[in-house]
Design a protein. Sequence first.
Length: 443
Amino acid sequence: MAGLTTQNFVSAAAGIALVIALIRGFARRSAKTVGNFWVDLTRSTLYILLPMSIVVGLVLVALGMPQNLGSYVEATTLESAKQIIAQGPAASQIAIKQLGTNGGGFFNANSAVPYENPSAITNLIEMWAILAISAALTYTFGRMVRDTRQGWAIFAVMGVLFLAGMTVTYWSESAGNPAFVAANVDTAPSDLQAGGNMEGKEVRFGIANSTIWAAATTDASNGSVNSMHDSYTPLGGIVPIVNMQLGEIIFGGVGSGLYGMLLFAIIAVFVAGLMVGRTPEYLGKKIEAKEVKMSMLAILILPLSILGFTALAVVLDAGLSSRANMGPHGFSEILYAYTSGTGNNGSAFAGLSANTLFYNVTIGFAMLIGRFIMIVPMMAVAGSLAAKKIVPASAGTFPTTGTLWVGLLVGVILIIMGGLTYFPALALGPVVEHFSMNAGNLF
C-alpha cells in the first residue's frame, strides 16, 4: 500500500510539475530557467493531490467503499454457495488513482465491482475525479500567461473532442449488434431490458454511464474501467483507441494532457503562419524551427512506439499466440495493448493474454517510451521559449482565443494524428470489423 501510494502521488505530481515548467516557458521573459522541479513536485503533492485525496477518500468511505486492513471474508450466497470477498484500503487507493489519473483498480474487475464503485453517486464522483485536475489546469494555464481566454480556448478544444468521442461511443453501443437482429434477437429498449449492446457492461450503470466512463478514462491516462472495452461494438471500441492515440490530450493525464495539447498548439500556429505567410507566434513568443522540430519529435514518439510494437507483434508467433480472437478484432486487441501501454493508460481489450514474456517486455518498453522519452523534447521547447522575449501582438498576429483557433487546433489534431498517422492501422482493425458486422445490412 505504501509503495503504490507513493507512486500514485509522485506520478501525478511530476506531470503537474512538467506542465507548469512548459507554461513558464510561455509566461517568462528572457528567463534562463523554468522553475525548480522539486519545489513544484512538493507543492503539487501537499497543496493539490493530498487534500483532494483525503476529501474524496472520506466521501467514498461514507458512501460504502471499504477502507480497512481486514482479511478476506467468507459469505454465503442466496444459492447457499460460499464466496470469498476481499477487503482492504480501497477508498484511499481509489481516491488518488482517479485524481492522479493513475488508473487500475483495487479489485480485479475494477470499478465494475460494487466494493470499488458502490452506487451511481460514487460512479459520478469517480468519473469527475478522473478529469477534475486535468481540466482545471487549463485555467491555471490562462492565469499564468495572464490571459484566461487562452485557457478557456484550450478547454473548449478538449471539450469538443470529449463530447464527440462520447457521443459516437454512446450511439454505437445503444444501436447494438446488427447480427443479433438478423438472428431475430430483440435488442430494443423495453421495461424488461436496457437494449443495445449490454455485453461486458455492469447492469447497475448501463450503456450511458459505461460509455461516459470509457471516454473519460481513455481521454485521460487513467485506465480504470466500469465496463469491458473488448465487448464494445467496433465503432464503440474505436473511440477509446483513438482517444489514447491522440496522446491522451483530451483533458488527458494530470499535467501530461495539457503539455501534449500545448505541443499541438505550437504546430497549429505554425500551420497558421504558413497560411498567412508570417512567422508564427503563440502567446507573444516567436515559434521558430527549433520549437516546431522538438514539438513534432515529442508528438511522433508515441506513434513510433504504438505502430512499431504492433507491427512486431503481428508478424511474430509470440505476439499472435496470445490472441483470443482471429481476424480484425484480434488485430484490434494487439493495437489496443500497445496504444494503452504507450499512453500509460492501462485499460485493455482483455481478449489478449498479455501476461507473457513477449508482451511483458514489449509493453514495458512502450510504457517507458511513452512516459519519459517525449518529456525530453517537450522540456527543450520549454527552455527555448523561456529564453525568448515576448513580442507585442500586432495586426498580423493570429488570434488564439476564438472559434477559428479552436477549429484549427481540433483539425490539426485530427488530421495529423488521427488521419495521417493512425487511420491505416485502424482500418485494419475496428473499421473493417464494423463493415464486416454490418455486411448483412449493406449488401
